[in-house]
Design a protein around this ligand. Structure first.
Ligand code: GLN
Length: 495
């Protein structure tokens, strides 16, 4: 049974449907394996014991659009899960057990998927490496001395190391795509509004978006079929029609009709690691050979993306995180009076990076600085969106490396917040502009004798998600790419 754990979800769902494999055996094998290697990875922060004991036997419903169903999966610790602790990787929420499910978790539950547990993450999703977690960092399955990427670190390492078939993440500025790139899996950030944000712990509400880690893009499309529905509980949810993403993504693509834009500023050899660039150039050559037209784009406002993003998200987080006062959620406050309790719970409950962002956000929103920082950042965001819209007038999809660098060592950037923020150089524009993006593994590179994954990102305009998923799945076919776990995981699966 263990040899099935490296397969893709859609293969498994077919095998479950034909009765070739048994649900209970699969579940048992998946839980057993995930737990047996989690000491090395620290992907999970808690397990759902109840589900583990349940076992189930179900009939497949083979009618209608294909669904992500009846598989074990994991959710970032940012999603509210009924009866299961939800801490957003923070001490301030320790002991908080929601009595409701986030909408997307509810949809997955209805489709009879089994939530195995919650995955590790940077506290409140603030970080690019996973190292800001109160539970310690997740490790990269390709080299345990390196970061898995953040903030959805545990979700990426879990899918890459065969601990689950799919994991939910969130992406405010790259938190799905960066860890997916670092761990060698597919990371999909849908258009803002296509998945409900209800039940997601808020960081920066105008950029936060749920999405998936999978082993191929068709699995991401399957998960969208199951999770993307209108939600009256989220006024920003903008699902107007039910779309069969899987059906659409499975169809062939006429490469010779596709115009692929390449942003000149994102292939600058002074900013991008030469090995990342080399693999990106190879991917472009494959696209060109298949018939795609490659068009160079000038994104002249690209240098404003990081500053605008970090001002806007800090401002929104300082407001969103004001609710953690020790009265309503999580950690028990100590102190003589209300103010002392309030100060204690926030000083002890929040980590350094979260405090830095709250301070920064409070500063840029204060009267006297509001216009100088926050309003200017909003103006830059509008300019970035305008620029993206005009680029999309001439191309169908944008391609760029997902990350300018290879996965770095644990601790390497912890003393330099700005260097850490620069990790998101190629991802934040998608969130600021409200588009959709997917990170696709596109090869390996070597660093200090370690084999490490690289990735390319495709970006399409808002609500062109089915096109994005089709391009991604046809790109996999074009490069003849299929998911492979690191060798030590394969050995452990066999052993
Ligand atoms: N690294 C970015 C940040 O710290 C993105 C995080 C995210 O997407 N949640 O804000």
């Amino acid at each position: 049974m263990r040899d099935l754990l490296a397969r893709t979800a859609h293969e498994l769902i077919s095998a479950l449907g034909t009765g070739e494999i048994n649900h209970n055996d699969l579940q048992e094998a998946q839980f057993g394996f995930a737990r047996s290697i989690d000491d090395q990875l620290n992907s999970f922060v808690c397990w759902d014991e109840e589900v583990e004991d349940q076992g189930w036997e179900l009939q497949m419903d083979l009618d209608g659009p294909r669904q992500f169903s009846k598989l074990p999966y994991a959710a970032k610790d940012l999603f509210a899960t009924r009866g299961l602790a939800t801490t957003a990787g923070s001490r301030i929420l320790s002991g908080f057990v929601p009595d409701f499910d986030a909408t997307v978790v509810g949809h997955l539950r209805q489709a009879k998927n089994h939530l195995m547990g919650k995955t590790n993450m940077d506290e409140f999703a603030m970080g690019s490496s996973g190292e800001n977690s109160a539970y310690g960092p997740s490790r990269n399955p390709w080299d345990l001395a390196r970061v898995a990427g953040g903030s959805s670190s545990g979700s990426a390492s879990a899918v890459a190391a065969c601990q689950c078939f799919m994991a939910l993440g969130t992406d405010t500025g790259g938190s799905i795509r960066i860890p997916a790139a670092f761990c060698g899996v597919v990371g999909y950030r849908p258009t803002y509004g296509l998945l409900s944000r209800y039940g997601m712990v808020a960081y920066s509400s105008s950029c936060d978006q749920a999405g998936t880690f999978t082993r191929c893009s068709l699995d991401a499309a399957l998960a969208m079929n199951t999770m993307s529905h209108p939600d009256p509980l989220d006024s920003t949810c903008r699902v107007e029609a039910e779309i069969d993403y899987y059906g659409y993504a499975s169809q062939p693509l006429h490469w010779n009709k596709l115009r692929v834009g390449v942003i000149r500023q994102f292939t600058d050899p002074t900013t991008v690691d030469s090995r990342v660039l080399e693999n990106f150039e190879r991917s472009l050559a494959q696209l060109r050979e298949a018939g795609a037209e490659i068009i160079e784009l000038d994104f002249s406002v690209s240098q404003y993306c990081i500053p605008a993003y970090y001002v806007i998200t800090a401002a929104e987080c300082s407001s969103n995180l004001a609710r953690y006062d020790g009265v309503r959620f999580g950690a028990e406050p100590q102190g003589e009076d209300l103010l002392e309790r309030y100060l204690n719970v926030r000083s002890e409950g929040f980590g350094e990076e979260v405090k830095r962002r709250i301070l920064l956000g409070t500063y840029v929103l204060s009267s006297g600085y509001f216009d100088a920082y926050y309003n200017r950042a909003r103006a830059m965001r509008a300019e970035i969106t305008r620029s993206l819209n005009s680029m999309f007038n001439g191309v169908d999809v944008i391609a760029c490396p997902t990350s300018p660098q290879l996965p770095f060592k644990l601790g390497e950037k912890m003393d330099d917040p700005v260097a850490m923020y620069m990790s998101d150089l190629f991802t934040v524009f998608v969130n600021l502009g409200g588009c959709c993006g997917i990170s696709m593994p596109n090869g390996f590179a070597e660093d200090e004798g370690q084999k490490l994954p690289t990735a390319l990102q495709f970006v399409c305009p808002a609500f062109h998600d089915s096109m994005l998923l089709r391009i991604a799945s046809q790109f996999e076919a074009l490069c003849d790419w299929s998911f492979q776990p690191p060798d030590w995981v394969t050995d452990r699966l066999a052993g």
